[in-house]
Ligand binder design. Structure first.
Ligand SMILES: Cc1cc2nc3c(=O)[nH]c(=O)nc-3n(C[C@H](O)[C@H](O)[C@H](O)COP(=O)(O)O)c2cc1C
Length: 188
C-alpha cells in the first residue's frame, strides 16, 4: 500500500514539473521574442498597440516622426497637405533615431493607420531603419473602414527577401485585450 501511494505521489510530481517547465518556456518566449511597434498620428492605433502589448506581454515601441504631424498636415481633403503630398509622391518622412535592438525579437507586430488605402510611408522609413532579415512581421492597422489594399506590395521593397510580411488584420473599434490575445496567439 505504501509503495502504491509513493508511486502515485512521484507520478503527480513528475506531471506537475512537466507542466510548470512548459509554462516558463512559453512565458519566456512571449516576453523575449515579440515586439509591438506602431505609428499613430491621432491615438487610435496607439490604444490598440498598447492593449496588444499587454495582451501578449510583448515589448512596445512607438515610431515617431522627426517632425510631428499637425492637424493641417493630416488634412486628407487638401491635396497639398503634408500627408497628401507624402503619400502621393511616396516621400518617406524621417523618424526619430531609434536604438531598437531587433536581435532580441523573432516576431514583430507592426501597427499603423491606413492612409489613402495603404500604410503611411513612414512605415517604409521604419522598415529601412533596422535590419529585419529573417524576422516575421505581422501587420495590423486601424482605419475608417478601408482594408490593407496594396500595403504589402508597397512595404516589400523596404525589406530584405528574408523578412516575412504577414497581412494580419484591421483592428477597428478598440478590441478588448482578450480579443487581441486570441487574435495574436495565432501568430506566436
Ligand atoms: C491622411 C489620412 C488618410 C486617411 N486615409 C484613409 C483611407 O484611405 N481609408 C480609411 O478607411 N481611413 C483613412 N483614414 C482614417 C484613419 O485610417 C483612421 O482614422 C485611423 O484609425 C487613425 O489612426 P491613428 O489615430 O492611429 O492615427 C485616413 C486618415 C488620414 C489622416
Amino acid at each position: 500500500m505504501r509503495i502504491k501511494i509513493l508511486f502515485i505521489v512521484i507520478i503527480i510530481c513528475l506531471f506537475d514539473s512537466l507542466i510548470f517547465s512548459k509554462n516558463i518556456k512559453k512565458e519566456g518566449n512571449m516576453e523575449k521574442k515579440v515586439l509591438v511597434a506602431y505609428f499613430s498620428a491621432t491615438g487610435t492605433t496607439k490604444k490598440v498597440a498598447e492593449n496588444l502589448s499587454k495582451a501578449i506581454r510583448a515589448d512596445i515601441y512607438e515610431i515617431k516622426p522627426k517632425k510631428p504631424y499637425s492637424n493641417e498636415d493630416l488634412d486628407w481633403t487638401n491635396k497639398n497637405s503634408r500627408s497628401s503630398v507624402e503619400m502621393d509622391k511616396k516621400i518617406k518622412p524621417e523618424i526619430e533615431k531609434n536604438n531598437l535592438d531587433l536581435s532580441k525579437y523573432e516576431k514583430i507586430f507592426l501597427g499603423f493607420p491606413i492612409w489613402w488605402y495603404v500604410a503611411p510611408t513612414i512605415i517604409n522609413t521604419f522598415l529601412e531603419s533596422c535590419d529585419f532579415s529573417n524576422k516575421t512581421i505581422i501587420l495590423f492597422a486601424t482605419s475608417g473602414g478601408s482594408r490593407f489594399g496594396k500595403t504589402i506590395e508597397n512595404l516589400k521593397p523596404s525589406l530584405s527577401n528574408t523578412a516575412k510580411l504577414i497581412e494580419g488584420d484591421i483592428l477597428n473599434h478598440n478590441p478588448s485585450i482578450s480579443r487581441l490575445k486570441t487574435w495574436a496567439e495565432k501568430y506566436i
